[in-house]
Design a protein around this ligand. Sequence first.
Ligand code: FE
Length: 330
Amino acid sequence: MKKQLMFAAVLAAFAGSAMAEEIVVYSARAEQLVKPLIDAYKKETGVDVKLVSDKEGPLMERMRAEGSNSPADILLTVDAGNLWQASKMGLFKPIKSKVLDANVPAHLRDPKNEWFGLSIRARTIFYNTQKVKPAQLSSYEDLADPKWKGKLCLRTSKKVYNQSLVAMMLSEQGPAKTEKIVRGWVDNLATDVFPDDTKMLEAIGAGQCDVGIANTYYYGRLMEKSPNLPIGIFWANQKGKGTHVNVSGAGVAKYARNEQGAVKFIEWLSSDKAQNLFADVNMEFPVNPKVKPDPKVAAWGNFKHNLINVSNAGAKQAEAVMLMDRVGYK
Ligand code: FE
């Protein structure tokens, strides 16, 4: 009897410690996008994922200020420009994972293995279908042509998405060519820059502008709400190097208390099982090439991705910001 009791006590203690496994995720993504993943992971593994949500700037500052006392095991955010910044601030530790190497294409992760893309968003061209025929469209560069004078709409250059787009152009085409293009965009603007992609897309739908540049999931959300808007999607630069793609992604915190658990969770996020859950909820593309996108997203058609490593978005970010400022892109 005594022995049995002892055995029960040992079992209880073991179960207690197993249940206590916890990962703390600092997340700059909207909570409703992350919550379903956390619930599914808990259901599958029993691991508790604690979520701390804030905007990326304050979150990264907080992590840096907390230093080795930080409870964070993982930082999750959008845009390679932000992930690169976090890496530069020393917030990540590099991880070796055969699973991540297999699931995440090389151009969508940090060459130093500090962060990994987990979903793909394309930043491409959108047009008013009553005013523009797709045959008139070709590339980001073409939107600088005077034929689009007074017809182009853009979101503000203060948003990292545009900084990343221009940074990627800088790394491929160099400063002189890129400056000429961005200057041409500014000359072609139909109206002041917009505070967000959705307002810019609505202006295209309303006929205020003929063409513009936005992230695919904003288009997806808007068309789901207002399916009759005359807005079309056009895959930019298909005859060149391909459409600019960016990621949302994650890395393991430098002072992670549960490093192994953190790696396992990020690996799981990249797996067949989790990728649709991760991408579909925000109408993004899975990063894992074995996983098919949501049918609504797939309906936009296949396109050639630009295969330049997304970390260039960070490396050239400061230069991009200065360039945009110089040519008066507000
Ligand atoms: Fe966004």
